[in-house]
Design a protein around this ligand. Structure first.
Ligand code: S3P
Length: 170
């Protein structure tokens, strides 16, 4: 079985994924870290040096590689954009051995969290004011929610610690 965590940037996919995997006795794979290891570049450097189209192509390739690989019993945390490109959501939903979980966080909470860590995220790193960041995320989240909401399970995580979210999932 593969448990796939989906959600917007800063929704806790990696932190919750790692803890969930340890509770379940599953392996943990973070797709962004996997891409960085394979490409020998940070996500920011991939965007800056090779561009977003290249990143999206590799992101889908590595997702397929993990899902079609030999390894089983995995918790896999995706990047925020992964389900929204290249039919990736259909790939995930059509596979009966995959459980997709959407970690849903409200707009204000995302803005708060991302405000502190946006330098790591090439899509928002250049946005200067909180107001502009909020405008960008509102629209982006609206577009992306169409994909995220197709997940098998949806969990609201705004007011919960990572530990509590893991308990909810289990
Ligand atoms: C992206 C989210 C990032 C990373 C890349 C693009 C996105 O992952 O894959 O910067 O399109 O939302 P996180 O969701 O882990 O920040």
């Amino acid at each position: 079985m593969i448990v796939v965590l989906i959600g917007y940037m800063a929704s806790g996919k990696s932190t919750i994924g790692r803890q969930l995997a340890s509770k379940l006795g599953f392996s943990f794979i973070d797709l962004d870290s996997y891409i960085e290891e394979q490409e020998l570049l940070s996500i920011s450097d991939i965007f800056n040096k090779k561009g977003e189209i290249y990143f999206r192509k590799k992101e889908s390739e590595y997702l397929n590689e993990i899902i079609n690989g030999e390894q089983n019993n995995i918790v896999l945390s995706l990047g925020g954009g992964t389900p929204c490109y290249a039919d990736n959501i259909a790939l995930l939903l059509n596979d009966k051995s995959i459980l997709t979980i959407y970690l849903k966080v409200g707009l204000d909470e995302i803005v708060n969290r991302l405000g502190n860590e946006k330098y790591k995220r090439p899509l928002v790193a250049h946005i200067e004011t909180r107001e502009d960041l909020k405008d960008f995320i509102r629209k982006h989240l609206f577009e992306r929610s169409l994909y995220y909401e197709q997940s098998n399970i949806k969990i609201h995580t705004d007011h919960n610690s990572a530990k509590e979210v893991v308990e909810k999932i289990i």
